[in-house]
Design a binder for this molecule. Structure first.
Ligand code: ASP
Length: 343
């Protein structure tokens, strides 16, 4: 005789976390003419329903509410979409019906959007971004597993209060530290020098450490204000002052310089940037090296020249922080330096 096997009744089963999935496009939603093509594809052409359909088992991890927020190649990220995303994430997380958010995004500017949201989202609920290096149509497409891991992470209570996280190739990165370091490899994202926060694999989430800098609910910055004009210039052999002079003439409010080494700047460029500060332009010194920190009053005397040093932020993230600080009305150089020392 068969003995009935008892199963937990649905009345007592713990409800699954409710995760909002916001799709914005990118290679994870890309399509190529054939499966061997991993470079000649169009990003952002596959809809969110199809992304979900490619991931078996998602419905056992979370209840997903999917939204197509945009369908773009993230190289073309407009500032207006940043505002829309920040507002949508804040609205969703303010609701008792949503426990976390996952955002699919292109890899090209993911690190910038991630840091913006890290500072502008006002919730301790999990926010996880993910992406893919291979289009959805490719052999060994990396998007479905990255999406599965992102949802697993967002559904985990361990991800709460950690700011915006990036789940990519099984690793968990802090939005502040992560950067794209390969043009083609599926292991394209790293947190140089500082390292990953943990891993997500086979439905398991493991954190090894927490990021210390304030974010989300502890950040005083928001994305609600109009975005001030902040541009990036680079220092290199034989650089002229043409770009800086044109930016100042165009009325930019801030310039980030991607300096050489420890944020050192060619004398020609440095002279133009010092003159820019005299015209009220905020100048932040970052490095083009991709790893390490720019030391205050190190390779250039910031205090004497009127500059702010970016610390460990790369030029693209430094631009995000400078724009948010200027939008919040922070102009004085010492106060701007405190912002960079804080966030
Ligand atoms: N150009 C694509 C994008 O950023 C690249 C990618 O997603 O990997 O949307």
């Amino acid at each position: 005789m068969n003995t009935p096997v008892s199963t937990s009744s649905s009345a007592t089963a713990k409800p699954l976390p409710r995760i909002a999935l916001l799709a914005t496009g990118g290679t994870i939603a890309g399509a190529a003419p054939d499966a061997a093509n991993t470079a000649g594809y169009r990003a952002g052409v596959i809809g969110v329903a199809q992304l979900l359909a490619a991931v078996p088992g998602l419905d056992a991890i979370a209840q997903i509410e999917a939204e197509q927020v945009a369908s773009i190649d993230s190289k073309d990220m407009p500032l207006a979409l940043w505002t829309t995303l920040a507002q949508r994430v804040n609205a969703l997380l303010a609701s008792d019906d949503i426990d976390g958010v996952v955002i699919t995004h292109g890899t090209d500017t993911l690190e910038e959007t991630a840091y913006l949201l890290h500072l502008a989202v006002k919730s301790t609920k999990p926010v996880v971004m993910t992406a893919a290096m291979r289009p959805a149509t490719a052999l060994s497409a990396d998007g479905p597993l990255n999406l599965l891991n992102a949802v697993t992470l967002a559904a985990s209570s361990a991800a709460a209060g950690q700011g915006v996280l990036v789940a990519f190739n099984n690793r968990i990165h802090c939005a502040r530290d992560v950067t794209k370091t390969s043009t083609y490899a599926v292991d394209a994202f790293q947190s140089p020098e500082i390292g990953v926060l943990g891993w997500v694999q086979d439905a398991r989430v493991e954190f090894q450490r927490r990021a210390l800098r304030p974010h989300t609910v502890d950040s005083l910055l928001t994305a609600d204000m109009p975005w001030p004009s902040v541009e990036i210039v680079s220092s290199y052999a034989g650089v002229s002052r043409v770009a800086v002079d044109a930016l100042v003439a165009a009325g930019v409010r801030g310039i980030v310089v991607a300096g050489t080494g420890n944020g050192s700047i060619h004398a020609t460029l440095q002279e133009a940037l010092t003159e820019a500060t005299a015209r009220g332009v905020a100048v932040v010194r970052a490095s083009r090296v991709g790893s390490g920190h720019v030391m205050h009053n190190g390779a250039a005397n910031d205090d004497a020249l009127g500059f702010v040093s970016a610390g460990t932020l790369n030029p693209y993230k430094a631009r995000v922080l400078l724009a948010l600080a200027l939008a919040a009305g922070i102009r004085e150089r010492g106060e701007l330096q405190r912002v960079f020392d804080t966030y």
